[in-house]
Design a binder for this molecule. Structure first.
Ligand SMILES: NC(=O)c1ccc[n+]([C@@H]2O[C@H](COP(=O)([O-])OP(=O)(O)OC[C@H]3O[C@@H](n4cnc5c(N)ncnc54)[C@H](OP(=O)(O)O)[C@@H]3O)[C@@H](O)[C@H]2O)c1
Length: 345
């Protein structure tokens, strides 16, 4: 593929975000396609993986990555094809995934965070390698096993359970022989969990007066592992439902991402002492050595039909800001992706 005459469309941050993101926080610009220097390759991005974590990089504050500055290209995981390579071991034509940017063409180095080659197989298209087989599925796998230490017969609760990570986490727990309860924000999502994903039951937190009571009704025996994607009010309500020595997998706290200046107060923290609970956070990119085995197991389950893959794909780079806003308002199911179109249309 040649890049002569091509432009590099990029989505940049127009203004720092407070509260919910809107399309006006973003702008599209066009720049020249960059030339890879020594140690770099040029990747034509084909998919963007939309992640709630990106929201935390858009308000001007450092968290575990530096903030994206105003005018900066939005950082996010992408998958694409190598079209030029000055990196040993990476050939033109190969597919790669890594933490790049929302743009047509990214310069990628061998030390790019999360960088891995993708090998598509029949039944597992490229998009699956950003979701169920990629970062989302691997997060679910590592979180449940390394942090949650799930065992057959246990009771597992997953929040944001119809989402990219949650839908896989719940299915893995079911495949490990656990009783699985999902917490979601709509009746449609609740039905999806029980009718298509094999969850034992689902609780719609938007139609529940008391989430602690609702979860306890589904799990009177107590919860062994709570896989927390949400934090805030949901975490607070879950604390009294756990068994003594129960475990909380702190995967994410999306309910506070749009209100980081005033996070929800956790008033039930004493339950961690009273019930001798363990709550542990983790970040997937620090568990690189576990990712190949996680991917292989997830791919096996997809092949055998035991793992159902949910995707929410938006087409067109220009629609990336709207797709991200949709993710951050709870209006997606499964993995939120953008399929990047060709700039020439
Ligand atoms: N630790 C890691 O390495 C790692 C890696 C990837 C992702 N994560 C975290 O995992 C979590 C899920 O990420 P994902 O990519 O799978 O996203 P996702 O679950 O596909 O999408 C977000 C979902 O979160 C729920 N949500 C949105 N706003 C909310 C709010 N204010 N209060 C409660 N729930 C809200 C919505 O579901 P409902 O309609 O059901 O509310 C929404 O559909 C996030 O917290 C993310 O940061 C962590």
């Amino acid at each position: 593929m040649t890049t002569s005459g091509a432009v590099n469309r990029q989505i940049v941050l127009r203004s720092l975000i407070r509260g919910e993101p809107t399309r006006e926080h973003f702008a599209q610009v066009e720049t020249a396609v960059p030339e890879p220097a020594a140690g770099e390759m040029l990747v034509r991005n084909l998919y963007f993986s939309l992640e709630p974590a990106i929201r935390g990089w858009l308000e001007g504050k450092a968290n575990y990555f530096p903030p994206v500055p105003i005018g900066g290209v939005i950082r996010g995981p992408t998958a694409g094809r190598i079209i030029r390579s000055n990196v040993v071991g990476f050939q033109v034509g190969e597919l790669v995934f890594g933490l790049n940017r929302w743009e047509d063409y990214s310069l990628v180095r061998a030390d790019t965070i999360l960088l891995e080659k993708i090998h598509c197989e029949p039944g597992a298209p490229l998009s699956y390698h950003l979701g169920a087989l990629g970062g989302s599925g691997q997060t679910a796998y590592v979180g449940l096993h390394e942090i949650g230490h799930v065992k057959p017969g246990q009771t597992v609760v997953v929040s944001a359970a119809a989402g990219a990570v949650g839908s896989v986490a719940g299915q893995i727990a079911r495949l490990r022989g656990c009783k699985v309860i999902g917490i979601v924000g709509s009746a449609v999502k609740a039905r999806l969990l029980t009718e298509q994903l094999g969850f034992h039951s689902a609780v719609n937190y938007r139609e529940t007066l008391d989430l602690t009571v609702a979860v306890t009704a589904q799990a009177p025996e107590g919860v062994d592992v709570y896989f927390d994607n949400v934090g805030g009010a949901t975490l607070n309500a879950m604390l009294p439902t756990l068994k003594p020595r129960g475990r909380i997998v702190a995967c994410g706290m999306i309910s506070d991402y749009n209100r980081s200046d005033a996070p929800y107060p956790i008033t039930n923290l004493w339950q961690i002492v009273a019930r001798q609970l363990t709550m542990q956070g983790f970040l997937l990119f620090t568990y690189d050595s576990l990712r190949p085995a996680a991917r292989a197991q997830l791919a096996h389950w997809v092949r055998t039909g035991e793992l159902t893959v949910l995707e929410d794909i938006t087409r067109g780079l220009a629609n990336t800001p709207s797709a991200f806003c949709k993710l951050m308002t709870g209006n997606t199911r499964g993995k939120a992706l953008v399929e990047v179109d060709d700039a020439t249309g």
